[in-house]
Design a protein around this ligand. Structure first.
Ligand code: BDR
Ligand code: CA
Length: 308
């Protein structure tokens, strides 16, 4: 069983990633932290709380974190995820509140309590993770792994150069990549191949209220439609990698985040050349798409059975 802490900004694909983590038999979600990103922090936190109840996650702690980037004004993705952040999915208002305390402290405390055991999966802007590293640099050693959805080595999505999570807080991303861990980076190069096609939707439809209330209304409204005819559920790729690293081909690289370029702020500059520098990342270069969907739908099926 791999313990995971998920730092997120739900977000349609964040919600689908959380559902994957909850349904996967070999993952245990030990904590959730939220960050302002796709929507304002109040919205992403509300959605995480609603998802905790909808997905029957029990007492897993949820702590809100940073409302915006370290240095610059907020960037949002309301045009992609809709005003509620969850597309057309309407989940009941959560009954239980978030934990007292800040996401940064929940990250630090969770990793400190089980050194080498908890994989940190970050699927929003990296503000909370950067602040955790700055507050307690030993989190790098305590984490079993750091897996992120973010960046790319070919193109951006929010603009031609930058992927959304990187652009939303480039300085935080730069801190994270410079902190000494080998970041497992699932960027657009692989996540854009995780497309919810009509065939995938057909496989989701029989999954009871998990499908009716969350997966289908979220996925069908997801704004970032790809050329392949459906939305790519980027964040689920990060959870899938934590679940089964064999699903993604990873290539060592030195990754730097552009923080100053007039047109390239937030770009991940990925150097695959094996030189004198020690790689600071393993970068996803190929997703086994068929096995990815089999894994995801298996986990969703188990979850759907539990939820009824
Ligand atoms: C990333 O940006 C967000 O809109 C998604 O939730 C995902 O984390 C994709 O670029
Ligand atoms: Ca996200």
């Amino acid at each position: 069983m791999t313990k995971v802490l998920i730092d997120c900004d739900p977000g349609i694909d964040d919600a689908m990633a959380l559902a994957l983590a909850v349904g996967a038999p070999s993952l245990e979600v030990v904590a959730i932290t939220t960050v302002g990103g796709n929507a304002d922090l109040a919205v992403t936190t509300r959605n995480a709380l609603a998802l905790r109840e909808f997905l029957d996650l029990g007492d897993v702690p949820i702590a809100p974190g940073s409302p915006g980037a370290l240095l610059h004004p907020v960037v949002r993705a309301g045009h992609v995820h809709g005003p509620t952040g969850l597309g057309d999915a309407v989940l009941p208002e959560p009954v239980r509140a978030a934990s007292d305390g800040h996401a940064v402290d929940l990250i630090i405390d969770t990793l400190r309590a089980a050194p080498g055991e908890v994989t940190l999966i970050a699927i929003g802007p990296l503000t909370n993770v950067a602040l955790a590293v700055r507050k307690e640099p030993r989190v790098v050693a305590w984490a079993r792994d750091l897996v992120i959805m973010g960046g790319s080595y070919t193109r951006g999505n929010h603009n031609p150069a930058a992927e959304f999570n990187m652009l939303a807080d480039p300085e935080a991303a730069a801190i994270v990549f410079e902190s000494g861990w080998t970041v497992k980076m699932l960027g657009l190069d692989v996540t854009l191949t995780a497309v919810v096609t009509e065939q995938v939707l057909d496989r989701m439809r029989p999954l009871g209220r998990l499908a009716d209330d969350l997966l289908i209304p979220a996925a069908t409204c997801y704004g970032m439609v790809t050329a392949d005819g459906g939305p790519a559920i980027h964040d689920a790729c990060a959870v899938a990698y934590a679940l089964d690293p064999g699903l993604v081909t990873m290539t060592p690289a030195v990754v730097r985040v552009e923080t100053r370029g007039q047109y390239t702020r937030g770009m991940t500059v990925v150097d695959f050349r094996v030189g004198e520098e020690v790689p600071n990342a393993l970068v996803g270069t190929r997703l086994e798409v068929g096995r990815f969907w089999d894994t995801l739908l298996d986990a969703y099926g188990r979850l759907a059975e539990r939820l009824g």
